[in-house]
Ligand binder design. Structure first.
Ligand code: GUN
Ligand code: ZN
Length: 372
C-alpha cells in the first residue's frame, strides 16, 4: 500500500476547483488544505494542541533548518519529528532546495548538489538529492519533497531550461534514494519559471516518474499576480487528476482562492504566523493593524465573526496593549487567530465546492475583505 493516496470527492461545476482527501500514515487530510508552517519543528508561538484544536490536519517543516539545527541525527534519536515536537498528525517536509537557493552568495550549484554556508555559523555544507532524502528519512515526515532548483524571477529562458532539466535529473536521484517505501511518500516539484512550454516540459518529465503527488514550485517569487494566475492555470492542466497538487509557498487569502479555482489541493505559507508577530491580523472585514491608535479603546473582538480562542476572550484594546508592551502573549494570540482564520477559510471553501457555489463564495469574500 502506498504511503500517501488521493481520493477525488467532487469537482466544482464552474471551475477547476476540487474537493478531495489525502490519506497519510498520520491521518487523512481534507483538501483543499492550508498547511501551517513549522520551520524549526514548531509552529511559532503555538502549542501543537492549539494547532490541532483549530483543525489543522497537516503541518510543514524544513529540511534545511532541521539539518543545521538541531541536526537530523538528533531528531532521529528522539524517535522522529512527530515525537520530537509532539505532533501526531501528518507532516510534510520541504527538501531544502528552496531555502539554500535563497542564500544568495553563500551557495554554489553543481550537478552533484548545492554547496552552502550555514546562515547560523558560516560552516560549510552540501545538500544533494541523496542527502536531502537522507535527512527527510531521519525526520520521518509523511510527505518528503524532492530536492529542486527554483529559478529566480525574472530569469532568462536558457537559465530556466537548464535548471528545470537539472531538477528532473535530481528528481530521478531522489526517487532512487526513496525507493517507494511504505511509510513515506515523495512528491515531485515542477519548475519552468514563467515559460509555459518549459512548464509543460517539466510536468511531462516529472509525471513520467509516477509519484504519489506533485508540487508546483517557482511561483510567487515576485512576479505580478496576473502572470502567476496565468501560468498556474496552465500548470495544473499538465498534472494527473488522480494525484494531489501542491502550490508551494502560497497562502494569502486571495492566492488561496485563485489556486483552488485552478485545481490546487495543498498550500503553505509563513504569512499568518509571521504577520501575527508584527501585529497584523486577517479578519473577515480585511486586514487589521493592531498597532493602530484607533484601537486604543476598542473593546470589541479582533474579528466579530470569528470563534477562535483569541476572539472569544480578548479585545482589540487588550491585543494592542500586549503588542505595544512587547508581551509574548501578543504573538501567541494573534498567531492563533490568523491560523484559525485561514484554516476556517479553507473549511468554508471546501463546503462551497461541495455545494457548487465556489465562485459565489469567492465573490462574497472578496467583497468583504477589500485590499489583500
Ligand atoms: N517553496 C516555495 N517555492 C518553492 C520551490 O520552488 N521549491 C521548493 N522546494 N520549495 C518552495
Ligand atoms: Zn479570531
Amino acid at each position: 500500500m502506498a504511503a500517501v493516496t488521493y481520493e477525488l470527492i467532487k469537482k466544482d461545476a464552474k471551475t477547476k476547483a476540487r474537493r478531495g482527501r489525502v490519506t497519510t500514515p498520520h491521518g487523512t487530510i481534507e483538501t483543499p488544505v492550508f498547511m501551517p508552517v513549522g520551520t524549526a519543528a514548531t509552529v511559532k508561538a503555538m502549542r501543537p494542541e492549539e494547532v490541532k484544536e483549530m483543525g489543522a490536519e497537516i503541518i510543514l517543516s524544513n529540511t534545511y533548518h532541521l539539518y543545521l539545527r538541531p541536526g537530523h541525527e538528533i531528531v532521529r534519536e528522539a524517535g522522529g519529528l512527530h515525537k520530537f515536537m509532539n505532533w501526531d498528525r501528518a507532516i510534510l517536509t520541504d527538501s531544502g532546495g528552496f531555502q539554500v537557493f535563497s542564500l544568495g552568495d553563500l551557495r554554489k550549484i553543481t550537478e552533484e548538489g548545492v554547496e552552502f554556508r550555514s546562515h547560523i555559523d558560516g560552516s560549510k555544507h552540501m545538500l544533494s538529492p541523496e542527502k536531502s532524502i537522507e535527512v527527510q528519512t531521519a525526520l520521518g515526515s509523511d510527505i518528503m519533497m524532492a530536492f529542486d532548483e527554483c529559478a529566480p524571477y525574472p530569469a532568462d529562458r536558457g537559465y530556466v531550461k537548464n535548471s528545470l532539466e537539472r531538477t528532473t535529473r535530481w528528481l530521478r536521484r531522489c526517487k532512487e534514494a526513496w525507493n517507494d517505501r511504505e511509510n513515506q511518500a515523495l512528491f515531485g516539484i515542477m519548475q519552468g519559471g514563467m515559460y509555459k512550454d518549459l512548464r509543460k516540459q517539466s510536468a511531462e518529465e516529472i509525471v513520467e516518474l509516477d509519484l504519489p503527488g506533485y508540487a508546483i514550485g517557482g511561483l510567487s517569487v515576485g512576479e505580478p499576480k496576473e502572470l502567476m494566475c496565468d501560468i498556474l492555470d496552465d500548470c495544473v492542466d499538465y498534472l494527473p487528476e488522480d494525484k494531489p497538487r501542491y502550490l508551494m509557498g502560497v497562502g494569502t487569502p486571495d492566492y488561496l482562492f485563485e489556486g483552488v479555482e485552478r485545481g490546487v489541493d495543498m498550500f503553505d505559507c509563513v504569512l499568518p504566523t509571521r504577520i501575527a508577530r508584527h501585529g497584523m491580523a486577517m479578519t473577515s472585514a480585511g486586514k487589521v493593524n493592531i498597532k493602530n491608535a484607533k484601537y486604543e479603546r476598542d473593546f470589541t473582538p479582533l474579528d466579530p465573526e470569528c470563534d477562535c480562542y483569541t476572539c472569544r476572550n480578548y479585545s482589540r484594546a487588550y491585543l494592542r496593549h500586549l503588542f505595544k508592551s512587547n508581551e509574548i502573549l501578543s504573538a501567541m494570540l494573534l498567531s492563533n487567530h490568523n491560523l484559525h482564520f485561514l484554516i476556517n477559510l479553507m473549511r468554508q471553501i471546501r463546503k462551497a465546492i461541495e455545494e457548487d457555489r465556489f465562485l459565489e463564495f469567492k465573490r462574497e469574500f472578496y467583497g468583504k475583505y477589500g485590499e489583500f
